[in-house]
Design a protein around this ligand. Structure first.
Ligand code: 4AD
Ligand code: MG
Length: 460
């Protein structure tokens, strides 16, 4: 039985039940004839107090139980006379499963996030990280429920790929060769000896696979790990992260924007609904504005504007940015924050970016200068979604591939989808960790993923 089940028992008002609870001791203190233990089993935020009295056969041993130790308690639920809790367990039996030595690093005090990153294997045993990772779990299910309710099919796109979907060259290579690849006569690397007989990488996005399936099954999505060898040590980037990527056939950029907005609202609302206790911890101890921020996301209409309009706003802003902006520059964090936090004070969907700063697959607009891209930016986070309507016209796509240095021959199968039964289609990628930062108020992406992968850091 876990604590969550006990909570259900209590709600059912049948507290006479005998319970068996296994968990870890957060604290223990003695009074004259009793030992009080705060037990947490990880299933929810709250501890439950266990009272062990001196009648217990192993009472002397119980008095030696330390913080971090594992115990199994059999007892009955009784109404608690103490403050701060309604119910406690009067132990009939305390089985000591293991004793943690005094060197256990999580003694009862607040630790910094920086310190906890150095013990990433133990940090889920703290209140804050336990709450964060329970929310992560609930949010994953909510993603699947959202799509299930809308009739989307779930596609497993491959992790090992031969193409750089985003064209940014931020690739981790996959090889079984010990010493890299021998040079062939033309001076290029020879991949013939390698496992796949070709150059291969960890995927940066499941999009190209998702597109093939959207053009077969209609509305689909992928949800899996993606990898980027970006050497940027920021609080918003990790080298391995999870991405949710819907792809819809017969859908233009406007339907794509609608889905992005609906999905973010749905996911935020379901966390508020399903994890009230854990969210409250973040609202109290991590970000005092959290509830207002989340409420604003759920209730406000996201602003929609073009990239060009956004550039004009930024240029007119009475603020000195570190990076000046003009048509053709990528928006930096400072610009995204200005727009969402100061100017609009709510999420914004920016569309129609210059083709020069976006990947080959985005649909070229009639102005020949911009593509049907859409990014969703939210206060506090900046870019949370990046997507577009896809280029469905074979000739335009081929020209864009060539212009961006992509080998059309290597992507023959992708081009085939435009050759046979091509249709307008759209999709986007939502950074799952960025969404978690949004709903918890946690400001560093390293603290919302169990074992973060960042440059020069792979301890766990
Ligand atoms: O904007 P991106 O690069 O878009 C794509 O990969 C498209 N192929 C998606 C699609 O249309 N199917 O990435 C999508 C999102 C970003 O908006 C951001 O939230 C997240 O993925 N993201 C990262 N999150 C954490 N660490 C990183 N290094 C990230 N790079 C992107
Ligand atoms: Mg992007």
């Amino acid at each position: 039985m876990n604590r969550t089940k006990i909570n259900k028992l209590l709600k059912a008002k049948s507290p006479k039940n005998k319970v068996l609870l296994k968990g870890w001791v957060r604290t223990r203190r003695d009074s004259k004839d009793f030992s009080f233990m705060e037990i947490n089993d990880g299933s929810c935020l709250k501890n439950i107090q266990v009272i062990a009295d001196s009648e217990l056969a192993n009472y002397e041993a119980v008095k030696k139980v330390t913080t971090g130790s594992a115990v199994a308690v059999t007892g009955s639920l009784i109404e608690s006379p103490g403050r701060g809790q309604k119910w406690e367990i009067k132990a009939h039996k305390v089985e000591i499963i293991s004793i943690a030595p005094d060197s256990f690093p999580l003694q009862k005090k607040r630790h910094t996030d920086e310190f906890l990153r150095t013990i990433a294997h133990l940090r889920p045993r703290t209140n804050k990280y336990g709450a964060g990772f329970r929310i992560r779990s609930e949010l994953s299910f909510a993603v699947h429920r959202f799509f299930k309710e809308k009739g989307f099919k779930y596609i497993h796109s491959p992790i090992i790929t031969g193409s750089d979907c985003e064209g940014a060259g931020e690739l981790f290579r996959v090889t079984t060769l010990d010493n890299g690849h021998p040079k062939a006569q033309d001076g290029r690397h020879d991949y013939a000896e390698d496992f796949f007989g070709a150059e291969t990488y960890l995927t940066v996005s499941g999009q190209l696979a998702a597109e093939m399936f959207a053009l077969a099954l209609g509305d689909v999505y992928t949800f899996g790990p993606t990898f980027r060898a970006e050497k940027s040590n920021t609080r918003r980037h990790v080298a391995e992260f999870w991405m949710v990527e819907p792809e819809m056939a017969f859908c233009d950029i406007s339907g794509n924007m609608d889905l992005g907005e609906e999905m973010i609202k749905y996911l935020v609302a379901s966390v508020l609904d399903e994890c009230p206790e854990d969210i409250e911890l973040f609202a109290r101890f991590v970000d005092k504005k959290l509830m207002r921020v989340l409420d604003n996301i759920v209730k406000s209409d996201f602003v929609r504007m073009t990239y060009t309009e956004a550039i004009e706003i930024l240029q007119k802003a009475r603020r000195k940015f570190e990076f000046p902006v003009e048509f053709g520059t990528d928006l930096q964090t400072e610009h995204e924050r200005f727009l969402t936090e100061h100017y609009l004070k709510k999420p914004v969907i920016l569309i129609n970016y210059p083709k020069t700063i976006k990947p080959f697959y985005m649909r070229l607009n009639d102005d020949d200068r911009t593509v049907a891209a859409m990014d969703i930016l939210t206060p506090g986070i900046g870019e949370i979604i990046g997507g577009s309507q896809r280029e469905e016209r074979l000739d335009v796509l081929q020209a864009r591939m060539q212009a961006t240095g992509l080998d059309p021959e290597k992507h023959w199968w992708y081009l085939d989808s435009r050759r046979y039964g091509t249709a307008p289609h759209s999709g986007f990628g939502l950074g799952f960790e960025r969404l978690l930062m949004l709903v918890t108020g946690i400001s560093n992406i390293r603290d919302v993923i169990p074992f973060p992968r960042t440059p020069d850091s792979i301890e766990f």
